[in-house]
Design a protein around this ligand. Sequence first.
Ligand code: 5GP
Ligand code: MN
Length: 326
Amino acid sequence: MKNQQWSMIDQFLDKADSILITSHIDPDGDALGSMLAMAYICEQWGKRVVCVNESSIPRRFSFLPGIDKIVRPHQVMETFHYVIAVDAADRSRVGENVERLFHPEALILNIDHHITNDRFGSVNLIDPHASSTAEIIYQWLAHSPNVRWDSRLSTFLYTGILTDTGGFRYANTSANVLRYAAELIEYGAPAHEIADQALETVTFKQTLCMQRALTTIETSANGQIAWLSLSQADLQQIQATDADIEGIVNIPRKIIGVDVGIFFRETSEHTVKVSFRSRQKVDVSKIAQAFGGGGHPRAAGCTIEGTLEDVKRQVLQRVEAELGCA
Ligand code: 5GP
Ligand code: MN
């Protein structure tokens, strides 16, 4: 990123006095950390901010300072002329109730690292080489003379970088990522506490979802594809929330020989959310995009209409074709 691009953020913020800050549905550590970091900076600079997310916040992120400031759309009674969207690859990813809070002529600052980002903002800061949106924000702030670094701000950004690199394990863990993380620790981010909360904490219901999902394990393409699924009936029986099914998609990909791990979740009678993780060969963002979704080469997702069985068949056909097994 060039200095010119950093100044685009500054110019956007110069004009804005009251700002809506949001991110994608089912927020992860990068979405939440990036939202809270932007809010913290905007408030330092005398702006009024409202943070909103379409979905509830996973409990393991309750350690983030000020997380209660992130409200649900029904709690917001106004529309905003200035919007900051972080970690959202397209406008619809913020959710329809959040989108209603955008004034029809709202200016949108779109900060993101998804290669599939469609540049829906009035100002777009997209860096697909960045590990996380938090990393982009860190780089911008590192160039900015008016930032008061403290343990809060560094906690927000460290959380985003840590979670989007899978705890510094994914292919996006560059030397720079580790340099930035080290600097954030120097600024006060409590690294081991953040890792414990954000990576090593599950809800009991999450464990029940894993238990149920594991009974559905199947493989194809000589063990290169493995998948798990949960039906609506399963989810209702466990009374699982969106946060309770997090992490399940990572299980099939761990199996030796598997390149693509998939998790199918029936979200209604006619829709299935599909999550993909790949190890090396298959660019799953392309597959997700072909079904109207998006993401990164190693982690992507989409929502497809059809029954669980229909969707599985369509998706597996496509992945098998990518692996040359069709
Ligand atoms: P997950 O499988 O954890 O929901 O998502 C993995 C990655 O794919 C994330 O980076 C997420 O942003 C992206 N992703 C998941 N679902 C969708 C979707 O429906 N549309 C788009 N554009 N991206 C998605
Ligand atoms: Mn991210």
